[in-house]
Design a protein around this ligand. Sequence first.
Ligand code: GLN
Length: 289
Amino acid sequence: MKLKVIQDIFHKELDPIYGANEVNSMFYLLIDAFYGFSRLQLVLDSDYAIIKEEQERIIDALDRLKREEPIQYILKETEFYGLIIKVNTQTLIPRPETEELVQWIIDEVTLNTTKKPLTILDVGTGSGCIAIALAKHLPQAQVYAIDVSEAALKVAKDNSKLNNVKIEFIKGNVLDVESCPLPEDVRFDIIVSNPPYVRQLEKEKMRANVLEHEPHLALFVKNENPLEFYEAITKLAVNNLKPKGLLFFEINEYFGKEMIDLLDVNKFQSIELKQDIFSKDRMIKGTKG
Ligand code: GLN
């Protein structure tokens, strides 16, 4: 079948769900990943046809997109801060907002310190995207990453190998400090976390591709205490950061004020809230007092 014909089928079936522009982008990503065929080649060689045995992959992708499965799970990878990060349904798909958080940390480190050794801890690492991007761009850092999910840790380990960085992975639950085997002799310069922060009551406005396919363990918190993870990680930071160490969080846009209060109560200084590209309160930084 000609690729052009398959492209038409994609538009017919998927435009009502995603809109033509997004369908175009997804189609090009898929033919590049599956057949090594670029967008330009499709224009230059509009009669290009793929043989029957190779059609199955793209038709399967079409079916999965119809069920609103995220394209990143179909491709089994995504790009994060210029790196290829493998993902599966056990890990959240890295978001552009989180790249901004990584950028903030790298900026702070390069502005304020020389190339002296650093220790960094990423709490709830998921695919490992934050830890890996930091390890890659701050080669002077020794990076530790913790997660409660064995399946996520496996993905994160694979990603660290793929990207050629060395990270100490730890299995543990930050909500239960006893089960959190952090290295006893290490105090951290930086602790960062993008923990679950979406409340159950926010489910209604979420798109099916997130709600029905991404791991709820990585997304949702109880309505009763939406800051549960932040409280636990802040406590962990009080005990495990060096004096003047930095704590960074990605946060729920509706909790900027509460997060400032939480860091303030725990005696963090120079607290700074930052918005993301969508002008939402999305990140916070505090310096341990
Ligand atoms: N920003 C993500 C979303 O909107 C949530 C990430 C998280 O819970 N840490 O789906």
